[in-house]
Design a binder for this molecule. Structure first.
Ligand code: ADP
Length: 301
């Protein structure tokens, strides 16, 4: 499988024990998924398409992508822009986030529609998220969605995690409308029920799956924190229990790592129930450690 993930990876400043000290890392939903996929299935060719500047921090992010074994050659270079930044603040163990992403080169990732089209042509599975759509302007969104729609017609598998982040959108209505447009070009939807219930008023995971299937999405896998995962495909619907894991340390990237293990499982030809069991096992490791990118063992399937 040749896997392409499209989106934004940001510089992350995370607080250290000594007050005022921060550690620089890199993370972002679509990058996290690419990173975990390469960890659990090194044989898969993984590419990351984003926008990068030509400054030092962009070079550092390039090096991080390459060091993870991920191909960055499909990324767009935007001379006068840089990498977005977020800083984590800790208050009595509670994390809050401040963002600086106005100068982010990733906002231009869809600025060259023919490069986008070529990148999609060169891969078998293409993954993007609601955050990918949120950071683009209307023209960029149209270019990305039409390239994905064309890819799907040509037999590419398109996967989408709606990752609803209302703060990134001008209005919740725009977020809902564009999210449904994202679903309409996708074969595999990977939503999280809590977000979907908040913003689409879904009564239960089945309602989430039905809504996305009515938008022409194929398979829908609804994550639900520690609760059972619900899935629905042309073969029917079912649930897969999530193993109990004891103390949860940090749920950052739980869903991103889950998605990666689903892709690894599909690549191995596993049925959806076994893909989901492997995905819950991987996400279970990730929530037991601090940070977005946690070194993990490949889950047994
Ligand atoms: P997201 O991170 O996208 O919001 P969820 O919170 O639904 O997604 O979590 C994704 C997956 O992570 C779940 O399906 C589950 O496998 C695992 N997970 C999350 N929270 C827990 C938990 N408290 N206990 C065990 N597994 C969890």
């Amino acid at each position: 499988m040749r896997f392409l993930s499209i989106g934004e990876c940001m510089a992350e400043m995370s607080p250290q024990e000594e007050p005022g000290m921060f550690r620089l890392g890199f993370a972002g939903d679509t990058f996290n998924t690419a990173w975990y996929l390469k960890q659990v299935a090194p044989q898969i060719e993984v590419s990351y398409l984003t926008g990068l500047g030509t400054d030092k921090i962009s070079d550092q992010l390039r090096a991080t992508i390459k060091d993870a074994g991920i191909n960055d050659t499909y990324s767009v270079v935007v001379e006068d822009k840089t990498v977005g930044l977020y800083l984590i603040s800790l208050d009595n163990g509670e994390r809050s986030f401040s963002y600086w992403r106005g100068q982010s080169a990733a906002r231009q990732l869809a600025s060259d529609p023919s490069a986008l089209k070529r990148a999609i042509e060169d891969h078998d599975v293409i993954y993007f998220s609601g955050i990918t759509l949120a950071i683009l302007d209307a023209e960029g969104r149209d270019a990305l969605l039409s390239a994905l729609r064309e890819g799907r017609s040509a037999g590419k598998k398109i996967a989408f995690d709606p990752n609803l982040r209302p703060r990134l959108w001008d209005t919740p209505d725009t977020m809902r409308k564009v999210t449904m447009a994202g679903a309409s070009v996708s074969d595999l939807l990977l939503p999280s029920f809590e977000d979907e219930a908040s913003w689409f008023d879904d009564a239960d995971p089945n309602a989430t799956a039905q809504r996305y299937q009515s938008a022409r999405a194929g398979t829908v896998i609804v994550k639900n924190g520690p609760d059972a995962v619900y899935y629905c495909s042309s073969d029917g619907a079912d649930t897969v229990e999530v193993p109990k894991i004891g103390d949860v340390v940090d749920t950052t990237a739980a869903g991103d790592s889950f998605n990666a293990a689903v892709f690894a499982g599909l690549n191995d030809g596993l049925g959806l129930d076994r893909c989901i069991a492997a995905a819950s096992a991987l996400a279970g490791q990730v929530v037991k450690a601090r940070g977005a990118l946690v070194p993990v063992a490949r889950p047994k399937t």
